[in-house]
Design a protein around this ligand. Sequence first.
Ligand code: ZN
Length: 476
Amino acid sequence: METINEFSIDEIEITKNVEKLFKELFPICRSITGNGVRKSLKILNHVTEFTVKEIPSKTQCYDWIIPDEWNITDAYIEDEEGKRIIDFQKNNLHVMNYSIPIDKWMSYEELKKHLHTLQNLPDAIPYRTTYYKRDWGFCLAFNDFCKLDKQKKYHAVINSSLELGSLTYGEYNIMGNSGKEFIFSSYCCHPSLANDNMSGMILWIILLKILKSLKLKHSYRFALVPETIGAIAYLAKNEEMMSKVDGGFVLTCVGGPSKFSYKETFLENCFIDKIVDESFKESNVDYIRYPFDINGSDESHFSAPYFRIPIGTICKDKYYEFDYYHTSLDNLNFIKSKSIVDTLKIYLKIISKLEKIEIIKNKDNFKIKKAKNKTLTSLNPFCEPMLSKRNLYPSTGGQIAQKAVNFSKNHHSREYEVDENNRHSGLMIDALSWLMFYADGINTIEDISKRSGLKKELLYKATKILVDHKLVLINE
Ligand code: ZN
């Protein structure tokens, strides 16, 4: 077996594999549970073997519960002439993910309440979800929405099921003997969306295949989970082992055409951040550096107060930042196999540097200790608490920080959503999330204000909400 320093990749062969996976994986309607995920993991299992696990519906995982399993066979809207004007078979984004079954004729006005469009990207179908609220909906291009005849009646049909089943995820542990361990995770819950996150799933399996063939000192834990609920379930199942993990990466959005970028770990300048920077520099690759942000992927769970694993994310066209994010224009025309191979090369460089690490300093500095005054202590330190069951989070997913909802603002300034009496406003959700993340007995409200860029007044209001919901304690 070779070590990673002697190792070189066959780019032509890998590119061929990536492109084959594009064709196989892209059309599948995935979700946080169901046969789409199983089918996708089966395809990936042909590249290299890993373990597929199932967690039954209704299993409690910290503050969350595994939902009923969702499956769908068909969905459409037809007009009075029997013409299908929206067809799930043409694009699975047309159905709001997790929609309940429906078979009903209705007026334009009634139908309209269940339609989702993006006026700013009028040819794109938006991606929307309703995981935790029983609802149904269709998503369509704004231009097609404008063509609907307001006088007509429409037949909405969704052949879906929501039943007791399970949540499916994949994992593989490469065991080294140094006592150090790193995690590489990605998510497998998005339907036909190419960059976010079919690209991440493909990089995950190719990286796993390569690492399995090498002689490595450290241990590497690979997890391919449905985003949020799957990561939280994974932490709950592997709590003891995960509390010892030294660092890691979330593989997401690695196929876009633009410049490389890197989202820092919550520690901002730890060994992971430094190794990433060195790897880019030595590869002569220029990149955009994004500060840690509470909004993102599963790093907020892996880095939650109890675990505090520093997690970095390298992207080519990061979620939130590209115009086509969470729309049908994030398709096979948007991504490139070369981008995935180029990201793979950066990750291999990073892993070769990780392999040289002997000691990781100040490892436990950021874990909860004896609480300081004027800090908060989380009563749910294992992951982000479930805000939607407390009516603190919008029930329709997919639109948070989506650029195409409002091109004139970036997600770092979501003031357009602000109504501080309305707890569903973007800024209040941000405040709740930042506070929960830093409710570690170490950071004061002042510190959290600096880290998040949010005003102290807003953070005090949000603290009151968290105290009322018994999510934090104030240390005075
Ligand atoms: Zn996404």
